[in-house]
Design a protein around this ligand. Structure first.
Ligand code: SF4
Length: 415
């Protein structure tokens, strides 16, 4: 079983996440200005205000799915007329918040004063936030972020910075609070530190056997979304990386007889983390890394860390607006995956075709062909939904993953 629920970092993570959700509810009751954001919105901006807090519906939906309440919440949204084909994060969130936080392990999120989304991960998200905009009459600020088929251009960065400045003015007007750029810069510095430690944590996967599983990284990425810009996050990731390095030094490995080193492509299957990692371990297989988590703190199309030395905080935040995989074209995705395969000694790639996240999944067949035919690395495609367990069959997925392990054996036999 993946070690995330046994390590000190796992216990600390539970405390941080639980306290974060509870703090937000208390602060909102005490009058804080509440913003709901899409995952990539630079939340360090909010740290520049005296009393602005934020919640991340996507992250809350993932938590609901991980706690086993994804399906009942999806069904609540479907009963309100939302299509089963919509992203399950959106269905969980709508099912939860149009039912007063029903079934949520945190009691839902405090009601927002402002919604901030963007259009570079997917347009569905902007439309999902638009539902609250219409139903609750809450302002919705949409960041227009250019896609990146290559490294971000300076003119795109400047365009994004100008929107951040507009966002700051909007919050000042709506909240009546004055923005302090020094406090935002401090938060940005904490984020940069957290990212460096995150990269160090992921490096434990390069060891043979790997010091971590991708499942550990799935679980530990949550505070990147909900606690960005805080010293607590930087400290948590420092300890997380230290602990991973110490475990490797003590030869403690999540899959000690690791025979197959696999890479996962797509969002985590939140409802399957424990089951999937346990069953893979029985096969001496470890999904050691994932595109979903290795992109955090890296340059688009590469695993190399972002460098911010010559950038102001707002420019740095603009520079990372495309860090996730969804806005990347095929070439950038292929480059980064090739580097991951080489750096980590990957034996095979599991492409998880995600029924919810079409933007992540759309290019997978082309990418699979490239990895298999150009790089000669065995691959498999399985069907999942990151949060709606009704759209996943464990047996079908494992039949295919076992076939992948056989392909790896076969490839080794021929080498
Ligand atoms: S479709 Fe994908 S990018 Fe869009 S909200 Fe769902 S998970 Fe996020």
């Amino acid at each position: 079983m993946a070690q995330f629920n046994k390590t000190d970092s796992g216990k600390r993570l539970t405390r941080l996440i639980t306290n974060g959700y509870m703090d937000n509810i208390v602060k909102a009751q005490e009058g804080a200005f509440v913003v709901w954001v899409a995952i990539i919105v630079p939340t360090e901006i909010f740290a520049g205000f005296e009393n602005v807090i934020y919640s991340v519906p996507e992250s809350h939906s993932a938590l609901c799915a991980g706690k086993g309440v994804g399906v009942p919440l999806c069904e609540k949204a479907e009963n309100l007329g939302y299509s089963m084909d919509l992203c399950s994060y959106a269905r969980i969130d709508l099912g939860c918040h149009f039912n007063q936080g029903a079934d949520s392990p945190t009691g839902g999120l405090p009601k927002p004063d402002l919604l901030v989304s963007n259009n570079n991960n997917c347009t569905l998200l902007a439309k999902w936030f638009d539902v609250y905009h219409r139903e609750w009459n809450i302002p919705h600020f949409v960041l227009d972020i250019p896609f990146c088929y290559q490294a971000q251009k300076t003119r795109d960065m400047n365009y994004i910075v100008s929107q951040f400045q507009d966002l700051i003015r909007t919050i000042e007007q709506l909240s009546g609070q004055t923005f302090n750029p020094g406090k935002m810069a401090e938060a940005w510095n904490h984020s940069a530190q957290a990212t460096l430690h995150w990269r160090r944590f992921l490096k434990a996967s390069q060891n043979k056997p790997s010091g971590i599983t991708a499942f550990d990284s799935f679980v530990q990425m949550a505070p990147t979304l909900t606690m960005r810009g805080t010293p607590e996050l930087a400290e948590h990731y420092r300890l997380l990386a230290d602990e991973a390095e110490e475990r490797v030094a003590r030869c403690e490995f999540p899959v000690p007889n690791e025979k197959y080193r696999l890479l996962w492509d797509n969002i985590a299957p939140w409802h399957q983390l424990r089951k999937m990692s346990t069953r893979l371990k029985e096969l001496d297989a470890n999904i050691i890394s994932a595109t979903y988590t290795y992109c955090i703190g890296s340059l688009e199309g590469s695993l190399d860390p972002l460098e911010f030395v010559n950038l102001s905080p707002l420019e740095g935040m603009a520079r990372v607006q495309n860090f996730t995989i969804c806005p990347h074209g095929l070439q950038l995705r292929g480059q980064a995956m090739k580097q991951a395969i080489e750096d980590m000694g990957i034996d095979g790639v599991v492409f998880a075709s995600n029924r919810s996240c079409k933007v992540y999944s759309l290019m997978q067949m082309d990418q699979q062909r490239y990895i298999q035919e150009e790089l000669g690395v065995p691959t498999v495609m399985i069907d999942v939904d990151h949060a709606d367990a009704r759209k996943y069959s464990e047996e079908t997925a494992f039949v295919r993953m076992e076939a992948l392990l056989e392909s790896i054996d076969h490839a080794r036999g021929q080498a």
